[in-house]
Structures are given as structure tokens and as C-alpha cells.
Design a protein around this ligand. Structure first.
Ligand SMILES: C[S@@+](CC[C@H](N)C(=O)[O-])C[C@H]1O[C@@H](n2cnc3c(N)ncnc32)[C@H](O)[C@@H]1O
Length: 212
């Protein structure tokens, strides 16, 4: 964990880390569990297109199926749970965004799957998986087990020092040999009670894949 860089915004850390991973492993097939509005999806696709023109993206989300109950269960606090209610992600809006990328990159293709990944996710493998859907231990475990044959798997929101979100429990339960992405965000307690004094990291595992 030495030499990691603390950055001012969680989103900056997350996207810089995804760029780091894509530059290192140059994936052609990418799966994002939890696309939300597609900000991360579009970012990853554009980064991957810098290395190859033939990119396939698979995205999973509840989309319009997001409910307050699901957001509470999945610790998706930035969604419809808080006082600052965010718009529910739209499958058609993200389809339009990705079709735009496809119109200027004919070898790019994608599919988006709507629903709860505990029901929709099938066993599959990809060059890169970003697990950032439901953050409950059960859902992160489900998502990991379905996609564990993938070459590189990045987990969002690995929290230290406390260990009570999904990524932490899966890393611990399966004794995963994680590496830390280089940027992290320190939650200083201004966000909400109970989140104080933790840092959130993205961590990843590789299935014997060398960077190229
Ligand atoms: C933190 S957001 C994802 C942000 C996105 N990866 C990005 O970087 O822009 C989490 C998303 O996971 C979705 N989600 C939560 N629980 C889920 C579940 N059980 N199945 C499918 N999607 C889920 C939510 O609808 C939400 O859009």
C-alpha cells in the first residue's frame, strides 16, 4: 500500500484508477456491474478504444428498477435514499450514449442488461470486470462468483480501516490476493455519520494476466 496517492474527490480517484488499469491491461472485453448513468462506462470504453478498435462492453444495472428499498439494501446511498435524490438511471438513455460511440467506432459493440444481478448475472468471463453494483456483501459475492474467471477484476469501495462493505467481505472470505489501485479517497466525516475516518480504495485481482 505504499506510494498511493490521496486525491480530493472519490470520482477522480475512481476514474484515474480505471485509466491506470486499462492502460496496464488493455482489455478488449469489459463488463461493468452497476453502470448507473454510464459515466464510468463511457470513460472506460473511450480509454479502451485508445488501445484497440474492437471493444465489447457489457453493462448491468437495475436502471429504472432502482427503488429506495434496494438502494438501502445495496448501500447505494447516492441514489434515491438521501435528501439529494438523484435521477434513476435510464436504460434507453445509456443505450443512446453507447450508440453514439458505436456510430464513430464501428468495431465497438455492447449489451446492457437490466435487473438485479442476483437474478440476471450469468457465469461469464471478460478481460476486465468492474464490480460497482450493489455493495451488500451478498451481492458483491454473487457478482464476484459469476465473473471470477475473468482476467482482471476491480472492486469498488474497498474501505479501510473498517470492513463492513461488500468488497471487504468478499476479499476476506475468498482470501483474494488484492492489489491496490494507485489513487484513493479519504472520507473525512463530512459526508455522513458512520462513514467518518475511512479511506475508500479500488482494489483488483488478476488471473495470471501480465500487463502488455
Ligand atoms: C455507484 S453506482 C455505479 C456507478 C458507475 N459504476 C460509475 O462509475 O459511474 C451503483 C449502481 O449499481 C446499481 N445496482 C445496485 N444494486 C444492484 C443490483 N443488485 N443489481 C444490479 N444493479 C445494482 C444501482 O442501480 C446503481 O446505478
Amino acid at each position: 500500500m505504499e506510494g498511493l496517492q490521496r486525491v480530493k474527490k472519490a470520482s477522480t480517484a475512481r476514474y484515474e484508477n480505471l485509466k491506470f488499469i486499462i492502460d496496464k491491461y488493455k482489455p478488449k472485453t469489459i463488463c461493468e456491474v452497476g453502470t448507473e448513468h454510464g459515466n464510468g462506462s463511457v470513460f472506460m470504453i473511450n480509454e479502451a478504444l485508445k488501445h484497440h478498435d474492437e471493444i465489447h462492453f457489457t453493462g448491468y444495472d437495475l436502471f429504472e428498477g432502482q427503488t429506495r428499498e434496494m438502494n438501502i439494501k445495496e448501500k447505494n446511498g447516492k441514489g434515491t435514499t438521501g435528501s439529494k435524490v438523484k435521477p434513476v438511471p435510464s436504460l434507453s438513455a445509456l443505450t443512446n450514449k453507447l450508440n453514439k460511440i458505436k456510430s464513430s467506432n464501428p468495431n465497438f459493440d455492447f449489451n446492457l442488461i437490466k435487473g438485479n444481478t442476483n437474478e440476471t448475472l450469468k457465469e461469464d468471463s471478460f478481460d476486465l470486470v468492474f464490480i460497482d453494483g450493489g455493495h451488500s456483501p451478498e451481492t458483491v459475492e454473487n457478482d464476484y462468483l459469476k465473473l471470477m474467471g475473468s482476467k482482471v477484476i476491480v472492486f469498488d469501495d474497498y474501505l479501510l480501516p473498517e470492513r463492513w462493505w461488500g468488497a471487504n467481505s468478499v476479499v476476506e472470505k475468498y482470501k483474494l490476493d488484492i492489489e491496490f489501485c494507485p489513487n484513493y479517497f479519504y472520507i473525512d466525516g463530512t459526508i455522513k455519520k458512520g462513514m467518518a475516518k475511512k479511506s475508500t480504495y479500488q482494489v483488483y485481482i488478476t488471473n495470471g494476466m501480465d500487463s502488455n
